[in-house]
Design a binder for this molecule. Structure first.
Ligand code: BDR
Ligand code: CA
Length: 308
């Protein structure tokens, strides 16, 4: 039985790689792909979800959810990494012919229709899941589990000194989701960033004769350029693809049950994830955090799932 999932994402090049691994994968039934404001503003995130699905042309079409702005005054996008359009400035043209439904509505509808059976994979800010919680009082008890890419266990951020991008975009929503009574697994930045990909990645992508290869050969080179120009790195990190692996290959990760929270106020620390690391405290644990990843096996798994 394939695992039924909703992918909530903000494409984004690494989101697109994760979608490429998921949409053809027989282990998954991707019932919906919902857009969230993050790497790009809401409208662009919605169009990019449509673009990625159109370009990948998967055998089964998921429902699509539309993003709306998170109204967070210190939100900033990540176009400096993903390109002005979020997809490497390739110039994809996508006609917006879908009837739009808000992402949080799609998430609530799908979970209500199959109580306990749907897992949510969050590859962007947690805005939509927090809104789903607010929208439907029975929503959270009907979710299977939530896997999230976000936060930083060691406290080193990527968008600020202390905050990881996804959490920083909407810290209030992240805090609400962290405290929601459902099984949650967090794959933080210090895990995903260990799995680095050199330019040899390009030679290991599927050939351009298939839809996944054709799409990724167009968008991934931008990530090498931006990592080099913006971060001074010769390798790239594909955070969201690594987070998705947690569902496909759980044995690649060592998890630890922890008490975690999100700082929503600090001038220098807004959006920082805080973990109870003191000994002898017995606050109830609220999520599982990936603490160790098998780097080389994770890299191989990404290639394997892109080439099925
Ligand atoms: C996260 O931020 C985004 O830029 C990526 O898509 C990923 O989800 C990494 O911090
Ligand atoms: Ca993302």
């Amino acid at each position: 039985m394939p695992r039924r999932i909703i992918i909530d994402c903000d494409p984004g090049i690494d989101d697109s790689v994760a979608l490429s691994m998921a949409l053809y994968n027989k282990a998954f039934d991707v019932v919906a792909v919902t857009a969230v404001e993050g790497n790009v503003p809401a409208e662009m995130a919605t169009i990019n979800v449509q673009t990625v699905i159109e370009q990948l042309d998967p055998p089964r079409l998921p429902r699509i959810g539309a993003a709306t702005s998170n109204d967070n005054s210190d939100y900033r996008d990540a176009c400096f990494i993903h390109g002005g359009d979020g997809l490497g400035e390739v110039g994809f043209v996508t006609v917006d012919h879908h009837q739009r439904h808000a992402s949080e509505k799609i998430i609530c509808d799908e979970v209500r229709a199959a109580p306990g059976e749907i897992d949510i994979v969050c590859l962007g800010p947690l805005t939509n899941v927090a809104r789903a919680i607010q929208r439907d009082p029975h929503f959270i008890e009907n979710v299977g589990q939530i896997v999230m890419m976000g936060g930083s266990f060691n406290g080193i951020g990527n968008i600020t000194q202390t905050a990881e991008f996804n959490i920083h975009c909407d810290p209030e929503s992240a805090r609400e989701v962290f405290h929601a009574p459902v099984k949650k697994t967090l794959i933080p930045l210090d895990i995903t960033s260990q799995v680095q990909f050199s330019l040899s990645l390009m030679g290991l992508l599927p050939p351009e004769s298939n839809a996944i290869g054709r799409f990724l050969h167009q968008v991934v080179p931008y990530l090498f350029r931006s990592y080099h120009q913006q971060l001074g790195l010769e390798t790239i990190q594909i955070h969201d693809a690594i987070a998705l692996l947690q569902l496909l290959e759980p044995d690649l990760f060592e998890l630890e049950s922890m008490t975690a929270d999100v700082e929503i106020k600090g001038e220098l620390t807004r959006g920082m994830t805080i973990f109870e690391k003191r000994c002898g405290r017995n606050a109830p644990h609220n999520l599982e955090v990936a603490r160790v990843v098998d780097v080389s096996a994770a890299r191989q798994a990404v290639f394997r799932y892109l080439n099925i």
